[in-house]
Write a new protein. Structure first.
Length: 260
């Protein structure tokens, strides 16, 4: 089964903190020593990654899709061996419906968590299909959330953005099933990171979250085993309870609509 051990060059978005940074540093240490490109916006963090021996690249996922296409084309030109993308960057806002829903925040969250990911996939896919036709396995890895399976009301739009991404991931996996482009999904549980810092909930959440090093170890194991859905901790139970047989059903739907 193809796995991250076959990857020659791995790009991780949101590599400047939390899950993305930890995955980038650990993937770079794999026995196969892939080249790792960590992207983000914070320059001091990018410099630190560069000093640790990674390729660090500025990438703003809030940018419009034309600017994003230019960035992806430029990355492909500079890293023609790029065969794996872990689309990890994400943001989270709270929604308090009774106080009024802030549409600016809703739009920003959908753009970063969903639209920019689908746009990135659409711009990288021709390159991956070409590598795949030449016999090279390639990997598109999305990072969703246990909240994609069961939403948390306090972060209603975040949960919806992750559910949309999870759904798109399953459809993409079905469409690319006969190619060498492998579509994987990481479904993190609550994990130690900076994601919740803007709301002052970090201290309360730290009593429940999975330590970052444990999450990283389990996730890298999942990637090395080539698991299509990598869900550990509380996410494992959610996926087992609510998503059993889901991909098989998506494949059945694909069969029924093959002539569309
Ligand atoms: N931690 C959890 O409990 C948890 C649970 C389930 C799912 N997740 C998901 O896991 C992923 C990583 O989250 P995390 O917990 O590691 O959060 P984090 O520590 O806040 O990291 C988020 C990363 O995304 C990048 N980012 C945010 N907005 C961006 C933008 N507009 N353009 C480019 N990069 C942007 C940030 O980099 P810059 O600020 O430098 O750009 C940062 O590197 C997210 O998709 C999150 O939804 C997290």
């Amino acid at each position: 089964m193809p796995s991250i051990d076959d990857s020659k060059c791995v790009l991780i978005t949101g590599g400047t903190s939390g899950i993305g940074r930890a995955l980038a540093l650990d993937i770079a240490k794999l026995p196969s020593h892939p080249k790792v490109i960590a992207t983000g916006r914070r320059k001091d963090r990018l410099d630190e990654l560069s000093a640790a021996g990674l390729q660090a690249e500025y990438l703003d996922l809030s940018a419009d899709t034309t600017a994003l296409k230019k960035s992806v084309d430029d990355l492909i030109a500079r890293y023609p061996d790029l065969d794996t993308v872990i689309l990890n960057a994400g943001i989270q806002h709270q929604v308090k419906a009774k106080d009024g829903i802030d549409m600016k925040k809703i739009t920003e969250e959908i753009h970063v968590n969903y639209i920019s990911v689908v746009a990135f996939i659409s711009y990288i896919l021709p390159h991956f299909l070409k590598l795949s036709e030449a016999g090279r396995p390639t990997f598109i890895v999305t990072v969703t959330s246990g909240l994609a399976v069961v939403p948390l009301a306090a972060v209603a739009n975040y949960s919806a953005s992750k559910a949309a991404l999870s759904s798109f991931t399953l459809s993409l996996r079905a469409q690319l099933a006969e190619t060498n482009v492998n579509v994987l999904e990481i479904v993190p549980p609550l994990v130690e990171s900076e994601l919740h810092d803007p709301y002052g909930t970090t201290e309360a959440l730290s009593k429940f979250w999975m330590p970052l090093d444990e999450f990283t170890r389990l996730t890298v194991n999942g990637l090395r085993e080539g698991r299509a859905t990598i869900a550990d901790g509380t996410s494992k139970a959610l996926v087992e309870k609510y998503n059993q047989g889901k991909f098989e059903a998506v494949m059945q739907g694909r069969k029924m609509t093959e002539k569309w």
